[in-house]
Structures are given as structure tokens and as C-alpha cells.
Design a protein around this ligand. Structure first.
Ligand SMILES: Nc1ncnc2c1ncn2[C@@H]1O[C@H](COP(=O)(O)OP(=O)(O)O)[C@@H](O)[C@H]1O
Ligand SMILES: [Mg+2]
Length: 382
């Protein structure tokens, strides 16, 4: 079998020992060169918590070829900006999703994308984050995940041939996604910023449990950096925080902003940017004080008013133009899970009143083709 020829040193190291056996040590930790150096303190010492063993394994090409019926078109379940995803069934009956990187960008960039996702998701374990089973580097670059049988939130929410997604489910998705994001930001070994939170990157398990997926743009942030700056800017228009879009500044609040747009999408059933060229944010802005104006008309009266007001209030905080006035995900969780809603506590002081609101009227939704040319996180930090 022809193995993929890696260019970067860290990848060669990662796969040199064995490409077929289940990895028994944590040496694959920090798969990208960028990530391999980032989880250290400024003085060079390593993080407090030792990395846990990754529990993914290398699959052979034959295994995934057989499982996906030779990557048959009938097995193609999704196509994003970077990959084709095929459903497969292993010999033992386990359903898998094989993500084959298709980015037309340079080989080296594709490697980086692959390693970013592998190096990030290979170390996270949470019910609201999708589970990596392994990878295959024969012929091409493949990541293997547990199969999410119900597809993405986007495909369910915007499927015009099915009845509208009911309110209870929308609420469950909002809560689960908030838990997953809080875990990535604060509870897992490293601070992970996802950078591409949106409904097509949130998958649903058979119990409609949301799982954050697609870590191709994710960044690790050292604990003593307030943020990092990246270039070029990548992600999805309509979901990008202003400081990120304009200056490439990335921190947890980048994801908080995108989560706010995601909440508006769940509430309203509208896409972040649709064919009308009016962004969801611009449309929602005048109604952020009144959830009943935002709620998906297809739901008619079938929603919980208290939950609607709560989610609308949280969304209004998350999409604030100034990052410092957005809540953290732990604050979002507190508000979402019955915390007292005290608008005065969240009031922006008059002298800092936000004058401009971030809109995307003239932008189309699009995924930029590659994550590979992200600048090193050492470019800028405080
Ligand atoms: N584990 C999975 N189970 C089921 N469908 C999946 C899975 N992973 C991805 N998909 C489908 O494939 C689409 C693209 O996958 P994604 O990882 O977002 O790729 P990209 O990096 O190209 O955006 C998703 O929106 C979803 O519909
Ligand atoms: Mg995606």
C-alpha cells in the first residue's frame, strides 16, 4: 500500500514508529509543529497536566476501503470546504465516518489541516465533542470518526422537506453545544479554540446529543497567552467575530461570538447568511430584546417562552461587538441552565456603548479553502 509521503518533521516522527499498531504511548501528542510547541509556558516548561494517552489507532487503507464500499458515492454523507465524508461499516458492525481531505491546496497545507484536527481531537473526550477513532495515511489523508447517524444540526434545521425541528430539541442542542465549548475552552488538557463553530459542524448522535466536530481550524492557546493573532483569516462569514475578522485576533471569545450566531440560527431557523445577502445578525439586531420576533414562525406557538427569552438574551450578549463584553462559556452555561437573568449586570457602561454593530450585509457565506497558512501563534500575544 502506498503511504502518504509527509513533508513536515513532526509528522514523520509521529508516524515513523508504527503506522498500523494501536499507539500505546502519548508521543503523538501535539501533532503539528505549531501545536507541539504551543502547549508550553513562556519559560519553556510544559503544562501542569501530562497529556493523556491518545486512544485512536491507525486504520489500514484496506479496512476503510472495504467499510465504505470503495468510497462509493452512495456512501458520501457530507462535503465541507475541506473534505468529503463517507459512511462506512466495519466488519464488527461499527458505523464509522471516514473524512478524506480533499482541499485543493498544496500538499503541505493539507498535512497541516490533517494534523491540526488529529492533534486536537485526538485528545478530547466529552459527550458533546465528536470522537476520533483513528486515521489512515495510506494513499491519502483520512480521519476516522464514530458515525453520527442524524447528520449535522444544519441539515436537520434547514431541511424543508421535514417538519420543523421542535423547540425541545433546539434547546437541548444549545445546552449540549455550550457544554462542549466550555469543555474545550476550560476543562480539557489545553485551551482549544475551535474557530469554526456553526451548525454544519455540530453533529447529532442517535439521542440527538450535539457533538462539536471539524477541528481543522482549531488552535491551542498556551494558558498564559491572552490571545494569538493569525493570518489569513479563515472560518465562515456570518459567524466571525469582528476582532477576528479585522485583526485575526483569536481567543475564547471568537467561539463565543460564533456560538451567539449559532443560537440565533437555532431560534430563528435562518441561515447565518442566505441568498438575500442580509446576514442573520443584521436581521436579528433590532429584535434582540424580544425573542418572539426572532423565533422560527414554523414553530407557531410551540415553544417555551422562558427558554426562548433566556436563549435570546444569551445570544445578544455573545454577539456583542466588543469581545470583553461577551460572556465566557461558563457564564453562558450558568445563564442557560436556569441562572438568574439580570440584564443590569450585563449592561455595557454608557461611555463604552457599542456604536457600531457587526453586520455582514455584503458578504456571502463561504468557507475559505484551507487552514494551512495560519500564522504561527508566536506572532502576537500578550
Ligand atoms: N462523524 C460524522 N458522522 C456523520 N456525518 C458526518 C461526520 N463528520 C462529518 N459529517 C458530515 O460531513 C460534513 C462535512 O464534515 P466536516 O468535518 O465539517 O468537513 P469540512 O472540514 O470539509 O467542513 C458535515 O457537515 C456532516 O454533514
Ligand atoms: Mg465543516
Amino acid at each position: 500500500m502506498r503511504p502518504f509521503l509527509f513533508r513536515s518533521r513532526s509528522v514523520k516522527r509521529l508516524f515513523s514508529a508504527s503506522t498500523t499498531a494501536r499507539r500505546s504511548k502519548g508521543e503523538g501528542d501535539g501533532a503539528t509543529e505549531e501545536n507541539a510547541s504551543s502547549p508550553r509556558h513562556a519559560d519553556g516548561s510544559t503544562l501542569d497536566k501530562p497529556p493523556a494517552k491518545p486512544n485512536w489507532r491507525c486504520f489500514s487503507y484496506e479496512e476503510i476501503r472495504k467499510a465504505t464500499n470503495g468510497f462509493h458515492q452512495d456512501n458520501l454523507v457530507g462535503r465541507g470546504g475541506y473534505a468529503e465524508v463517507y459512511k462506512g461499516v466495519m466488519d464488527d458492525g461499527q458505523a464509522i465516518a471516514v473524512k478524506r481531505l480533499t482541499s485543493a491546496s498544496m500538499e503541505e497545507q493539507r498535512e497541516k489541516e490533517f494534523l491540526t484536527e488529529l492533534g486536537t481531537i485526538g485528545h478530547v473526550h466529552h459527550p458533546n465533542v465528536s470522537s476520533l477513532l483513528g486515521c489512515c495515511i495510506d494513499r491519502d489523508l483520512h480521519l476516522v470518526f464514530e458515525f453520527s447517524s442524524l447528520g449535522s444540526v444544519s441539515s436537520n434545521l434547514h431541511d424543508e422537506t421535514s417538519p420543523p425541528m421542535d423547540w425541545k430539541l433546539r434547546h437541548k442542542i444549545a445546552v449540549g453545544t455550550a457544554r462542549g465549548l466550555h469543555y474545550l475552552h476550560k476543562e480539557c488538557q489545553r485551551r482549544i479554540i475551535h474557530r469554526d463553530i456553526k451548525s454544519s459542524n455540530i453533529l447529532l448522535t442517535t439521542n440527538f446529543e450535539p457533538q462539536i466536530s471539524d477541528f481543522g481550524l482549531a488552535k491551542w492557546l498556551p494558558s498564559d497567552w491572552s490571545h494569538c493573532a493569525v493570518a489569513p483569516i479563515e472560518g465562515t462569514f456570518g459567524c466571525l467575530a469582528p476582532e477576528y475578522f479585522m485583526h485575526g485576533i483569536v481567543d475564547e471569545k471568537t467561539d463565543v461570538f460564533a456560538f451567539g450566531v449559532f443560537l440565533l440560527e437555532i431560534i430563528s431557523g435562518r441561515k447565518p447568511v442566505d441568498g438575500s445577502h442580509m446576514s442573520l445578525l443584521s436581521w436579528a439586531k433590532p429584535h434582540l430584546n424580544d425573542g418572539t420576533m426572532l423565533v422560527d414562525p414554523r414553530l407557531e406557538d410551540s415553544y417555551d417562552l422562558e427558554q426562548l427569552e433566556r436563549l435570546t438574551f444569551i445570544a445578544s450578549l455573545c454577539v456583542r461587538a466588543a469581545a470583553k463584553w461577551r460572556p465566557s462559556m461558563i457564564e453562558v452555561l450558568h445563564l442557560i441552565e436556569d441562572g438568574e437573568i439580570l440584564p443590569d449586570e450585563w449592561k455595557v457602561p454608557d461611555e463604552e456603548e457599542e456604536v457600531e454593530f457587526w453586520g455582514f450585509d455584503d458578504l456571502d457565506e463561504c468557507d475559505t479553502p484551507s487552514s494551512s497558512s495560519i500564522g504561527s501563534p508566536t506572532q502576537s500575544f500578550t
